[in-house]
Write a protein that binds this ligand. Structure first.
Ligand code: C5P
Length: 401
């Protein structure tokens, strides 16, 4: 962000106040920021605050400052390296898509050749309205970068998609989008092992003890790491998912076969992300032949090796990320795991929630670290969480180096 010229356009969503922190974070990251507001937005957040935080006058009205009206919108438009609208209301999205330029925001965004970013935030019904969705799809096809709103509780009292993500995430997203436009990927040159799926512990040649893991989280992470330029080796227990593009698959089944594969790769990789649900036990004596029906039987289980813990114990240069599925005391148990397994980061989630963890498309939880405060991850699609995870890993790598 250093030295970049960013215009932050603020339209009149109730989340307009969050744009103040976006401006502040952009400046802290080294960018120069100018703010353009719609008139309606000034009822929600004051131009004075934006002026102070950005250290530039805030542009609102095309006609007020007569002395430089003729150049202002063009000057701003050519000054910008990027133009981001936070929040983007249904109204502003509609106007931009319709080619209406009747105020400073819509005029400058139309006049700028810089890449354009919109962060829609509005009531769920409005967001789901087919007209808004059509406008967003049109704008996307015209090269606008559109951020997915979060699913969550909205100021209007309903829960659904439409919430503006946190300022921190918006700035991370913008940074990542700009760097990928400059053809830089977050994990260029890195080799990543991702484990995924639930291990299968054989009882006999046809039966096994398994778990509810679908592999969706691990596969989403592998896909995102590959998109970010990494060489990705996916060590996967059996799943019904197809291998993402540009990802190498190493197929395993039991915990021990997963350990063998990961151990073999460990010295030559930069990052290990253990998203697999590894069985803590295996059958003590696997039968060589299919066990015949009987009235009852007892299985003796023995402890499996903890793959992640053993990786943590012999960690050299690798960055190690674990997952924890908990049903209570998520942060407390997770933090203990970070220490015990020598992790750089742990993604801890509460699998007792219906929309998190096993076999669903969404997840939520916490990012935990050895020496930093936990970060809360709201409920979101696993693909979105995968992007947060990869971005976080990229940040951790830059702290390391
Ligand atoms: O201790 P717990 O099983 O909750 O830790 C979960 C983390 O440890 C996950 O990242 C999982 O992939 C890993 N794990 C492992 N070997 C085991 C059990 C879990 O690597 N036997």
């Amino acid at each position: 962000m250093r030295g970049k010229h960013i215009i932050v356009g603020v339209s009149a969503g109730i989340a307009a106040y969050k744009a103040i922190e976006v401006v502040s974070r952009l400046r802290k990251a080294g960018a120069e920021v100018k703010v353009v507001m719609t008139k309606n937005a000034t009822h929600i957040a004051t131009p004075l605050t934006f002026g102070e935080i950005s250290n530039h006058p805030v542009a609102i009205d095309m006609w007020e400052e007569i002395h430089d009206w003729n150049v202002e919108h063009i000057a701003l438009a050519t000054w910008a390296d990027a133009y981001i609208v936070v929040p983007a209301t249904a109204n502003v999205i509609g106007k931009i898509n319709a080619g209406i330029a009747d105020d400073m925001l819509t005029t400058t965004i139309m006049a700028t050749p810089a890449p354009k970013f919109l962060c829609p935030a509005m009531n769920t019904e409005m967001y789901n309205n087919p007209i808004v969705q059509r406008n967003l799809a049109d704008l996307r096809s015209l090269g606008y970068h559109i951020m997915e709103p979060e699913v969550g509780w909205l100021a209007c009292g309903v829960t659904g998609p439409g919430r503006l993500p946190s300022p921190e995430f918006i700035v991370q997203w913008l940074t990542e989008q700009l760097s990928s436009l400059e053809n830089k990927h977050l994990l260029d040159g890195k080799t990543v092992v991702v484990t995924a799926g639930g291990t299968q512990e054989y009882i006999d040649p046809v039966r096994y003890i398994g778990n509810r893991s679908s592999g969706k989280m691990g596969y989403a992470i592998a896909a995102e790491a590959a998109r970010q330029g990494a060489r990705v080796i996916l060590v996967s227990a059996p799943t019904s998912l197809s291998v993402p593009a540009n990802v190498e698959l190493v197929a395993v089944d039991s915990a021990r076969s997963m350990k063998e594969a990961v151990d073999r790769l460990y010295d030559s990789v930069d990052i290990v992300i253990m998203a697999a649900a590894v069985s803590d036990f295996r059958v003590a004596n696997k039968a060589e032949q299919k066990i015949k029906k009987m009235e009852s039987m007892t299985l003796e289980l023995v402890k499996n090796p903890d793959i992640l813990q053993s990786l943590g114990e012999r960690k050299t240069h690798q960055l190690l990320v674990g997952f924890a599925a908990e049903t209570e005391h998520v942060v407390e148990y997770g933090q203990d795991k970070v220490k015990r397994k020598h992790l750089d980061m742990l993604v801890a989630n509460d699998v007792s929630k219906a929309n998190a963890g096993f076999n669903v498309d969404t997840n939520e939880g916490y990012f935990l670290y050895p020496n930093r405060e936990p970060k809360v991850m709201q409920n979101m699609k696993k693909s979105e969480l995968a992007r947060h995870i990869i971005r976080e890993i990229s940040d951790l790598l830059s702290f390391k180096s």
